[in-house]
Design a protein around this ligand. Structure first.
Ligand code: HAM
Length: 440
C-alpha cells in the first residue's frame, strides 16, 4: 500500500489551501485594523518553555506534547546518556508561550511604551486522540497583546474575534461566547483551596486523572469530560464568590465594554480553559450548529504572570487563538460556501502543432502581465484543449490557427458571456489584464 499521511493530520488540498489563505488574509486585515502585526516564531521550542508556561498538570503538557531531539541527541538518549535541558525540544502545542518567549527575548515591551500587539498563523501539534475537529496537527490563527492590563484590551480582543468570525461567514446566531474570570494570585489561592477541599469530599466519584491532578491543580477538574466528574463539578465552589475587588472590577469592566458593543455572552463559572497560565478574563467561543463534539472554535484570555514564568519582567498579557479546521466545520454547518480564485484566467488553444511556438510566447507575455494563463503541453485535439480550458475554469479562451498567427491577432472569447473581441498579440497582455481586473 502507498504511504498514507500520519494519523490525526490532514492535507489541505488546493481549494482548502486557498480558503486557508483567505482565512489568514482576512485575519491580517481585521486584526490589522486593531494594530496587530504579524510575527513568526519557530515550530519547535525548548520543552521547558511549555512545561513552565502551560503547566505540568495540563493534558497538553502531560500527555499531548510531541517531543523532538536531533539524531545525535537521540543516540545519547538510546545509550542511556543524559542530554542538555536546552536540547530537549517540543513541537509547539500552541502559540502563546512561543510569542511571549520572543517578546521577552527581544525586549519588545519597553517601560512606558505602548503595548505590543502581535498576530500569528500556522500549525500547532498535540498528540490527542483524533476525531472530527480534533487533529494532531491543526492550524491556528492567534493574537497576543503584551504590556497592557486594562480591561478594554480584553474587550477589544473579544470584539475583534467576533467580528472576524462574522467576516469569515459564521453567523453570530451560530456561536455562543462563554466568559469567566479566573481571578489573580491574590484571590485564586483561596478559591483553589476551596475547590481542593470540595474535591477531597468527593474523591471517590472522581476519575483517576482528576484525583492525580487534585493536589497540583484542582481547577483542572472543571475541564474533565468524564460524566462522574462533570456531575461533581456542578456543585463545586464558584470563582465568582472568591474574586478580589480588583478582579471583580476588571471583570465588570470587560462585561460593560462587551454590553456597550452589543456582544452577547454567557457567564460560565465552570470555564477554566485547558492551559494553566490564565489570570482574570477567560473566554471560549463555541459553534452551536455543528454536529461535531469539538465545538470550541476559539478561546483565550489574560495571562498576567506568563512573561515572568518564562524568565521575563512582569508584563501583563492577553490573547486568543482560533482553530481553522473547526471553523471550516462550523462554516459547513452554517451552509457557507467559498469560491476559490480561478487557477486560470486565459487559456490559449492551438489548432495544430504549427501554432504552438506562437502560443508559447503569447502565454509567457500574458503571465508577465500577471494574468493567470495556461495552454496544453500535450498533443491534444482542439476539442480536448477546450475541455481542459473548461476543467481549469478559464474565463477566456484564445484560439490560434494559421490565420491568427499570420495576422498577429486573435479573438479573446469570454466563456461565461460568449462575448468576443479581436485583439492584436502586442495588446493582448494589457487588454486581458484589464478585463480580468474588471472581473469581466
Ligand atoms: P486553545 O483553546 O487550546 O487555546 O486552542 C484554541 C483553538 O484551537 C481551539 O478553540 C480550537 O478551535 C483549536 N484547537 C485546539 N486543539 C485542537 C485540535 N487538537 N484539533 C483542532 N483544533 C484544535 C490556545 O491554544 C491558546 N494559546 C489561546 C490563547 C492565546 N490564549 C491566550 N492567547
Amino acid at each position: 500500500m502507498s504511504i498514507q499521511l500520519p494519523t490525526g493530520t490532514k492535507d489541505l488540498l488546493p481549494d482548502e489551501a486557498a480558503f486557508w489563505d483567505h482565512f489568514t488574509d482576512t485575519a491580517k486585515r481585521v486584526f490589522g485594523c486593531y494594530g496587530y502585526q504579524p510575527v513568526v516564531t519557530p515550530l519547535i521550542e525548548q520543552t521547558n518553555l511549555f512545561v513552565r508556561g502551560i503547566g505540568t498538570a495540563t493534558d497538553v503538557v502531560s500527555k499531548e506534547m510531541f517531543t523532538a531531539v536531533s539524531g545525535e541527541n537521540l543516540k545519547k538518549l538510546v545509550a542511556g546518556e543524559g542530554i542538555d535541558e536546552k536540547d530537549r525540544l517540543s513541537l509547539r502545542p500552541e502559540g502563546t508561550a512561543g510569542v511571549v518567549r520572543a517578546v521577552v527575548q527581544h525586549n519588545l515591551v519597553q517601560q512606558g511604551s505602548a503595548p505590543v500587539k502581535l498576530m500569528y498563523a500556522g500549525p500547532m501539534f498535540r498528540a490527542e486522540r483524533p476525531q472530527k475537529g480534533r487533529l494532531r496537527q491543526f492550524n491556528q490563527v492567534g493574537i497576543e497583546c503584551l504590556g497592557a492590563e486594562e480591561p478594554s484590551i480584553d474587550a477589544e480582543g473579544i470584539i475583534m474575534l467576533m467580528r472576524f468570525y462574522e467576516e469569515i461567514g459564521i453567523p453570530r446566531e451560530s456561536m455562543v461566547l462563554l466568559l469567566n474570570s479566573m481571578g489573580c494570585e491574590n484571590c485564586r489561592p483561596a478559591y483553589r483551596d476551596a475547590v481542593h477541599a470540595y474535591l477531597e469530599q468527593h474523591v471517590d466519584e472522581l476519575c483517576d486523572d482528576c484525583r492525580r491532578r487534585m493536589d497540583i491543580n484542582p481547577l483542572r477538574a472543571f475541564d474533565c469530560k468524564k460524566e462522574g466528574c462533570i456531575r461533581v463539578m456542578e456543585s463545586a465552589p464558584r470563582i465568582t464568590d472568591y474574586l478580589c475587588d480588583d478582579c471583580k472590577a476588571h471583570h465588570q469592566a470587560v462585561k460593560g465594554y462587551l454590553d456597550a458593543a452589543g456582544i452577547a455572552y454567557v457567564e460560565d463559572y465552570k470555564l477554566v480553559r485547558g492551559l494553566d497560565y490564565y489570570t482574570r478574563t477567560v473566554f471560549e467561543v463555541q459553534a452551536t450548529d455543528s454536529a461535531s463534539a469539538q465545538s470550541a472554535i476559539g478561546g483565550g484570555g489574560r495571562y498576567d504572570k506568563l512573561a515572568e514564568e518564562v524568565g521575563g519582567k512582569p508584563t501583563p498579557g492577553f490573547g486568543f487563538a482560533l482553530g481553522f479546521e473547526r471553523c471550516v466545520i462550523a462554516l459547513e454547518a452554517a451552509g457557507a460556501t467559498f469560491t476559490p480564485p480561478r487557477a486560470c484566467e486565459v487559456f490559449v488553444a492551438c489548432v495544430s502543432d504549427d501554432e504552438r511556438p506562437t502560443a508559447f510566447s503569447l502565454v509567457q507575455s500574458l503571465r508577465a502581465h500577471g494574468v493567470k494563463t495556461d495552454m496544453s503541453h500535450q498533443k491534444r485535439s482542439l476539442k480536448s484543449q477546450f475541455k481542459l480550458a473548461n476543467k481549469l475554469n478559464a474565463r477566456y479562451v484564445v484560439t490560434l490557427g494559421p490565420d491568427e498567427v499570420a495576422a498577429s491577432a486573435a479573438t479573446l472569447r469570454n466563456m461565461d458571456t460568449h462575448e468576443e473581441e479581436s485583439v492584436a498579440f502586442a495588446d493582448m497582455p494589457a487588454r486581458a489584464a484589464e478585463l480580468v481586473a474588471a472581473g469581466e
